[in-house]
Design a protein around this ligand. Structure first.
Ligand code: SAH
Length: 245
């Protein structure tokens, strides 16, 4: 295979949720650069590759993005097959777009490989259908965390009527709650908070928009977690009743 960089999604944690294409890329890799949200169990597919951890968890000591770019470039220019393995999907809050652009601008061949993003896996594992006929006709994936502190259009989110899936929201629960209430979302809108989706330590906390901050505190909700906000986050039975109403 030609030297290139594969930007690969490792899925949400459960190694069985890895795609066949991700497994093929791992088999062919000489060097694998992994994020700290990647379950190390997936590395069984690249036993002879050199594995480098380049974690970038918010708030923790992390490897500067520029260093990661240069590392990928260096190995690619040495003719190595490089796999950059990211949690979930590389292009959902994963900088896959930036990394692909940066490498292609320098003449490196890049292939992006989807992974199952945490928001989808978390909802499914808790039996929450993100779309449901008569209840939710769409899904919006958002992050509460921005580099420049710019604000989301909360009114559009509240009025859009789609299920909201919020990434990186644990530290911002009170702000999310307040903004959505102010934007007119119903106080009793169901919310599911899902920690460690698809991993053996998965935990879920069901709540409502008004109570989610207090309930999360009592539950000791920890990152990584996603929030599902919308009628579909009611228990399966209630959602089925809503759909048939
Ligand atoms: N590219 C990743 C998202 C990276 S942003 C993806 O597609 O899933 C990091 C955020 O993703 C975390 O703060 C959390 O909100 C979410 N996340 C990642 N893995 C998770 C998991 N196993 N369970 C719950 N949330 C997770």
């Amino acid at each position: 295979m030609n030297a290139k960089v594969w930007l690969v999604g490792a899925g949400p944690g459960d190694p069985e949720l890895l795609t066949l294409k991700a497994v093929r890329a791992l088999h062919e890799a000489d060097v694998v650069l992994i994020d700290d949200l990647v379950n190390p169990a997936v590395l069984e597919h690249c036993p002879s590759a050199r594995v480098i951890t380049v974690g970038k968890r918010g708030g923790c000591r992390s490897t500067p993005q520029d260093f990661i770019h240069r590392l990928m470039l260096r190995y690619a220019r040495q003719g190595k097959c490089v796999v950059r393995l990211k949690g979930g999907d590389p292009c959902i809050f994963g900088r896959g777009g930036e990394e692909a652009l940066w490498l292609r601008e320098r003449g490196v061949e890049v292939e992006l490989v989807n992974g199952i993003t945490a928001g989808l896996a978390g909802a499914t594992n808790c039996d929450i259908p993100l779309t449901l006929r008569g209840v939710s006709r769409g899904v919006t994936l958002v992050t509460a965390h921005t580099q420049d502190d710019s604000s989301l259009n909360w009114r559009a989110l509240a009025e859009g009527g789609t299920t909201l899936v919020v990434y990186m929201g644990v530290a911002k629960l009170e702000e999310i709650r307040q903004q959505l209430l102010e934007a007119g979302m119903a106080a009793d809108m169901p919310v599911a908070m899902i920690e460690n989706a698809s991993l053996p330590g998965q935990r879920e906390c069901r709540s409502s928009l008004a109570c989610m901050h207090d309930d999360a505190r009592a539950f000791v909700l920890k990152s990584p977690a996603i929030l599902v906000i919308g009628a579909v986050a009611a228990t399966a039975v209630e959602a089925a009743l809503l759909a048939s109403a």
